[in-house]
Write a protein that binds this ligand. Structure first.
Ligand SMILES: Nc1ncnc2c1ncn2[C@@H]1O[C@H](COP(=O)(O)OP(=O)(O)OP(=O)(O)O)[C@@H](O)[C@H]1O
Length: 319
């Protein structure tokens, strides 16, 4: 893994507020995004995600507060910032009657790349987004998942250090979603910082290192994913996979003090166990499982449980 290039936060938001015709879309929002991290930005519809993204990528000036991207002020250093970021909006804009190559070539030219550079860059970004074979396809004929990947390829044309993605997974089927997440992980490995908005926390839980949760224009949490778990950790939930079935294990665990629920998941030999942390510990649970002759294959925190944390923090919760 490469060492972080920047010691300062890539995005530093200090106390920004923004209103539209008297409606307060953002109220005193502050948070930071660390270099080379995958940072989730989660909130229900209308929470203020797009407004914040637009401010970060210099499309909207904050009415109060200060935003720095790579240490540059978003109001004073628009050009410097734009050179280093790539913004992917939540909808595919026009250009549907172009081929994938024409579309990327158009943006490459707009970024001032020469003909030779464009050929090279377009091949690279199509390989990265797994769209090699689709160079000559019309954009209008591509599936939504493929259009999202072309949109991502477009964002990569100027080799940005920071990617800002507005709801990139919305409307994608599970397979396309997984493929997109894999591409984002690869981009992170390449040293890019990725800021990704979503209204579904579970969609980002496995992917992101850190997360900011926003609701009705106010930040409810900002920090590591694991920190979010500890933040709301009164009733933690773990997934247990056993080497082999153990008869009566579910019932025995359910009778343990502090255990709230034990349920079998769709996967073979996998159980989901939630408990009251003030009454028992993971150590107690593991001891009990071993005592009952359970051979443990894996025992890990269930990140889907994060949805509960999100519901606790926001009034509307996840859809
Ligand atoms: N141009 C605008 N004019 C008036 N109101 C606006 C404008 N843009 C956003 N808003 C309002 O500001 C609030 C925040 O909107 P924003 O689009 O930032 O939320 P969001 O979290 O991105 O929502 P969604 O998930 O639905 O896209 C909403 O109440 C929205 O209606």
């Amino acid at each position: 893994m490469t060492e972080p290039i920047f010691s300062q936060p890539v995005i530093d938001i200090k106390n920004i507020s923004h209103s539209f015709k008297g409606h307060r879309a953002l109220q005193g929002v502050s948070f930071q995004v660390e270099p080379q991290s995958l940072h989730g930005f989660v909130g229900p519809n209308g929470a203020g995600k797009t407004t914040t993204l637009k401010i970060i990528c210099t499309l909207l000036r904050p009415q109060a507060g200060k935003v720095e991207v790579f240490g540059n002020d978003v109001v004073a250093s628009v050009k410097e910032i734009r050179k280093r970021i790539g913004f992917m909006p939540d909808h595919f804009s026009t250009y549907r009657q172009m081929t994938v190559f024409e579309y990327l070539d158009f943006f490459g030219a707009a970024y001032g790349l020469s003909l030779e550079q464009r050929d090279q860059v377009i091949n690279d970004v199509l390989t990265l987004t797994d769209m090699d074979g689709r160079k000559d396809s019309l954009i209008s004929g591509l599936s939504r998942g493929m259009q999202q990947r072309v949109s991502l390829a477009r964002v990569l044309v100027n080799d940005p250090d920071l990617l800002l993605l507005d709801e990139p997974a919305s409307g994608l089927d599970p397979r396309a979603r997984i493929e997109l997440m894999e591409i984002l992980q690869e981009l992170k490995r390449m040293g890019k910082t990725i800021f990704i908005s979503s209204h579904i926390l579970s969609e980002l839980a496995e992917l992101c290192d850190s997360v900011t949760i926003i609701d009705r224009g106010k930040v409810k949490y900002s920090g590591t994913m694991d920190g979010l778990l500890t933040h709301e950790q009164e009733h933690p939930c773990y997934k247990l996979t056993l080497e082999s079935e153990v008869e009566g294990l579910v019932e025995s665990l359910e009778n343990e003090p502090g255990v709230m629920e034990v349920e079998k998941t769709d996967r073979p030999r996998e159980l989901r166990i939630s408990f009251d942390a003030s009454l028992t510990t993971t150590g107690n649970l593991l001891s009990k499982i071993i005592e009952l002759q359970g051979e443990i294959e894996s025992f890990q925190r269930d990140k889907k449980h994060l949805n509960q944390a999100f519901l606790d923090l926001t009034e509307q919760g996840v859809r």
